[in-house]
Structures are given as C-alpha cells and as structure tokens.
Ligand binder design. Structure first.
Ligand SMILES: Nc1nc2c(ncn2[C@@H]2O[C@H](COP(=O)(O)OP(=O)(O)OP(=O)(O)O)[C@@H](O)[C@H]2O)c(=O)[nH]1
Ligand SMILES: O=C([O-])CC(=O)C(=O)O
Ligand SMILES: [Mn+2]
Length: 576
C-alpha cells in the first residue's frame, strides 16, 4: 500500500469523522450493494425494469442541479497565475475556509475512497487520482465515468503520484458550497454539492482544471473537446477534436448518425467531453479520452436527433433529474413520445414549464455506445486531423470557416463566444467569451494558456487544421436555420476534404468559407437564401466582433502573447 495515500486517507478520516471507511474495488458486488442501499434510502428510484432494465433515477436537491461557476475557485500562490478567467482565493485561506466545512462533515456516513484512472489503464497519457467522498451516488457514477477500483490502485501504487480529491455533500446549503482547486498541490476540495460537474472530481475538476495546469508544465493539452472518427465511403478515417461549450453539441456530434442521403459514411465515437492531447513520436497530435462513460444532457435526445445515445440509455443507466411517466419510465422534453406524470422533483406534473430539468443528465458506460471506436482504448490515442471550435451564436458566426494557419486558429479559439446554457447556474442565452470552451475549466491564466497553444507550432510540423462551426444560427423568427444533428456530417465532410486538400473555399477576412457548391448538400432541405446567409460573412458585424475580442484580450494585460495580439490586429486590418 502506498504510504502517502494511506496517511492522507487517515488524515481525512480524522477531519471528517465518518462512521466507517470503505476502499472501493469497483466490483459488481460492491456496485449492487451501493445501489441497494440507495434504493432503501431513496437516493435512487428504480425505473421500469421491463422497459429500462438496471436503470435508476436520482433526484438532486432543487438548488443543486448544475455547475456553480461563482463558487468555483482556483487557488494559486500567485493570484495572476489563476488569471481573470478564474475566481481566485489565497491557498491558505481557501484551505482554512473549506476545512471548517469538512470538520465532522461525514459523521453518521461512510467515507468512500475511490482510486481512479483517467484514460486507459495501460496508456502513458493517462493520469490517476483518488477521490474521497461520502456520497454513494458519486461512487456509482465514478465507476461508470472512470476506470475505478483495483486496477487504478495498482497503477497509483506503482507511480506514487496521484491527484487528491476530497468531496463531501455537506448540508447542500448553497451558502456552504465551494469547489476549490489547488493546482500546485494537485489537490481538489469540493463541498456542498452532489451534482456531476461539482462532485465527480475525476471529470471537470481533475481532467480539466488540474490537468490543464499539469499539461502546460509537461507540454500537452487537456481540453473540453469531443473526439470522433469520420470514415468516408472509400474507407479513409479522419479523427476530429471539437471544443463547444457546455450543452452546445459535443455529445450529439460525437455520436452522429449519417443522413440517409450520405450512404457509406461511418462515425466512430472516441470521446464526448474531454480530450487529452500530446505530440506523439510520429509528430502527430494524438488524443485520448480520459473518461470511460458519458455524463450527457438528456433533453433533446430522441431517435431522430441522437439514435445512438437514445438506444444506449435504455438499460444500465443512471438518470439525474428527469421526469417520470405513470409506469415509471424516464421522460424528458424533446423525447417525442410518452407523457410525464411526475416532474423532476417528483411532484405531479402540472403541464406548465419543463417536466425534466433542462440540465437533466444520463450517466452511461461508453461500452454501450453502438459506435464506440475500436481505437478509443488505444494507449497511443488517435491522430487528430482537425480541431473544431464552435458555440451557440444566433448571429454573426457562419456555419463553418477555416483558420488560415495555426496562429490564426488559436485566435479563433481564444475569441470564441457562445450563449450560456443550463449546464451552469445563472442566466441563460447570454453571449459571453468562452475561449476554447474552457472558460469554466482552464486551471490557469488564459494568457498563459493561449501562449501554450501557440507554442505547439514550434514542436511539430504536423499540427491539425483549425475550423470554427456554428449549428445554432437563427432566423428572424428564432428558428434554427441549419437542420443540425446528422446533417452536420456535410460540414465534417468538407472539413475532412480540406485536410486532404480536396475541397474548395473562398477567402474571406475571417478565414476560408465554403461556397454553396463546395458543400455536399444533396438531399438536404435548405433554400438558397438560408444557405447564403449561413455561409455569409457580415463584415460590419465582424468588425464589431474583432473589436470585442480586442477588448477581451485587454483584460489579460501583459499575459496576452504578442503573437496573438498581432494576429488580432491582422484580422482587424483585413476587415478594414
Ligand atoms: N439545433 C441543434 N441542437 C443541437 C445540435 N447538437 C446538439 N444540440 C442540442 O444541444 C443540447 C446539448 O447538446 P450536447 O451534445 O449534450 O452538449 P455537450 O456539448 O456535450 O454538453 P456538456 O455535456 O454540457 O459539455 C441538446 O439539447 C441537444 O439536443 C445541433 O446540431 N443542432
Ligand atoms: O460538468 C458537468 O456536470 C457536465 C458537463 O459536461 C459540462 O457542464 O460541461
Ligand atoms: Mn462538458
């Protein structure tokens, strides 16, 4: 047994005073026992076993349904290292403040010790952690989302190094809720929330906030990206990584079903949320998915929009905050069948408002995905041909454009903006800058992060091409102009062809945009005017956009790389 791990666990037990300590093995028997206990306490509700075998519903506290960015801290010795993109607290003060809430917080409860590995156990790109929690819901979710238990513990004992995560649900009072990160200590402390992004510490806290810090030090990237393979009818596969903000389409794109009018195309999912990339021995940027499951947005999922996701959540799935039908089946908005009887809080559904919470989620093993890539567990990951940046923009951003080069692509990512969603507490639908979809997740100063991205160019000549996409442009009536979902493959086809030098494009001040004839639109229902709008670059609007990006960069003062500043001026110059 690893001595430092042991003494840390003992120290935490002295602080939190649980009734008992349980080291999780990850076994089926352990999982069944925890589920049975939660059925007894009411933490889980068994769903209809005829329609949804081994499926459970968890209802979280109504004040605890999403990530809480205003309560999420990055605690570095030097304030500037956390940057204006994070809320900072002095590490000593943060420890003091949060430890007071951990004092005796596990009294009457079991303390679970969860050794986990982010990434395939055998991959040199993977990293391990140990989460201590008093929530059995966290344990059963971590078992799906990570490689948890004995195999991870073995790797931790071998390596000696691991990220520490301490979590307690506390009393769920938002006044006593904090998600704190100590990147210099590889330590996470989270109290007062049981919601996924705040409580499954392997996910956002470790695999993004702490890992982004480690990645900068070690020369790799930890990103909020999906990873997918697109196979052409000729059998050529390109792997693409895509950064879209929370609830902006990563899961759906990663599991895309090709439209009937594109026979022979195949899609393979590698990951739907987090992507770790390193420059491989071959000079290619290679990606692994550090997760083992999906913690996905439920509303909107149906047989037409995302058949792969819909099919896989019919069994062995944990649902959080969905509605229920009269015969105990899960129900949500956009499901397109069935009727809700109880809303997500378990109250009789009144017919007013949403029955399922807009940020209700499913937790399911990646192994249940019918198109899970055969290379998803490859220790060396997959080679990335293209990186996509995208967001929800009802205006301004065209359907797709390609950056001129790496530096321009980094500016495109840095300047990204998107409308806020239900994935985090706060106002919805407000456009905000969300660099590389990492605004809530980068564990250090964005200025340094952009510099890190720029620096990759000096390390290999085989970097992927960079594109920006937007499926969310709206017409005057607020209707999405692009059909989205499976039809997004048409844009991916153009992107794959660009990577092979096979597709045409028109040069615009913001980059290369396809002309209508450059896209394969056979079989898609889209009128000419709509298509022209989707592919147009409104120079006036873009002048305002680049001004806004310039002001945004100003916030990062002297940490903004000069090269990024120059690039922004070049684009401004092109816009006139
Ligand atoms: N109109 C339209 N909606 C989409 C499209 N793709 C996804 N959505 C909707 O956007 C919402 C969120 O999509 P997800 O794919 O779950 O988002 P995500 O980026 O994986 O989100 P996180 O898990 O929060 O990081 C769902 O309600 C989808 O139905 C699209 O191409 N067009
Ligand atoms: O973190 C979560 O709980 C879910 C998620 O993927 C996100 O918000 O981006
Ligand atoms: Mn996410």
């Amino acid at each position: 047994m690893n001595a430092s791990l042991n003494s840390w666990v003992e120290e935490i037990a002295r602080l939190t005073k649980p009734d008992s300590v349980h080291w999780c093995t990850g076994s089926d028997a352990e999982n069944s026992r925890l589920i049975d206990e939660m059925l007894t306490t009411g933490d889980l509700i068994k769903l209809n076993p005829k329609t949804h075998p081994n499926c459970y519903l968890h209802r979280s506290h109504p004040s605890d349904v999403a990530r809480v960015e205003h309560l999420t801290f990055v605690c570095t010795r030097n304030r500037e290292d956390a940057g204006p993109n994070n809320i900072w607290m002095d590490p000593a003060e943060a420890h003091r403040k949060i430890d007071a809430l951990f004092e005796g917080s596990m009294r009457g409860r079991t303390m679970y010790v969860i050794p986990y590995c982010m990434g395939p156990i055998e991959s040199p790109y993977s990293r391990c952690g140990v989460e201590i929690t008093d929530s059995p819901y966290v344990v059963v979710n971590m078992r799906i989302m990570t490689r948890m238990g004995d195999a991870a513990l073995k790797r931790i004992e071998r390596e000696g190094k691991f990220v520490k995560g301490l979590h307690s649900i506390g009393d769920l009072d938002p006044e006593r809720r904090f998600i704190m990160h100590f990147p210099e200590e590889l330590f996470i402390k989270s109290v007062g929330s049981g919601y996924g992004g705040n409580a499954l510490l392997g996910k956002k806290c470790h695999a993004l906030r702490i890992a982004s810090w480690q990645a900068r030090d070690e020369g790799w990237l930890a990103e909020h990206m999906l990873i997918m393979g697109i196979q052409s009818p000729e059998g050529q596969t390109h792997y693409i990584a895509g950064a879209f903000p929370s609830a902006c389409g990563k899961t759906n794109l990663a599991m895309l079903v090709p439209p009937e009018s594109m026979p022979g195309w195949k899609i393979w999912t590698v990951g739907d949320d987090i992507c770790w990339m390193q420059i491989g021995k071959d000079g290619q940027l290679r990606a692994i998915n550090p997760e083992a499951g999906y913690f996905g947005v439920v509303p909107g999922t149906n047989r037409k929009t995302n058949k792969n996701a819909y099919d896989m959540i019919q069994r062995d799935t944990i649902f959080t905050n969905v509605a229920l039908t009269a015969d105990n089946q899960p129900w949500w908005e956009g499901m397109e069948s069935g009727t809700p009887a109880l809303d997500w809080q378990g109250k009789p559904y009144s017919g007013k408002g949403a029955a399922a919470h807009p940020n209700s989620r499913f937790t399911v093993s990646a192994k249940q995905n019918p198109i899970y890539s055969s290379l998803a567990e490859a220790p060396d990951g997959v080679p990335i041909s293209a990186i996509l940046f995208g967001g929800r923009r009802r205006e301004v951003a065209p359907l797709v454009y390609e950056a001129r080069n790496w530096t321009h692509g980094v500016l495109v990512g840095a300047g990204m903006a998107s409308e806020t969603t239900a994935a985090a507490v706060g106002q919805m639908g407000v456009v905000r800058r969300d660099s590389m979809a990492m605004k809530p997740f980068c564990g250090y100063n964005f200025g340094d992060y952009w510099q890190h991205w720029l620096s990759l160019e000096g390390k290999t000549s085989k970097l992927p091409r960079i594109f920006h996409v937007n499926w969310f442009r709206q017409d005057k009536n607020g209707k999405f102009m692009w059909p989205g979902f499976g039809e997004n493959l048409r844009v991916l086809q153009w992107i794959a062809n660009r990577c092979e030098g096979k597709a045409g494009a028109t040069e615009s001040p913001i980059g290369f945009v396809p002309a209508p004839e450059d896209l394969n639109l056979a079989g898609v229902d889209l009128d000419k005017d709509t298509l022209n709008t989707l592919l147009s670059v409104d120079v006036g609007a873009w002048r305002q956009e680049i001004d806004a990006i310039s002001k945004y960069l100003d916030e990062f003062k002297d940490r903004v790389p000069a090269k990024l500043r120059d690039e922004q001026r070049t684009v401004a110059g092109r816009l006139g």
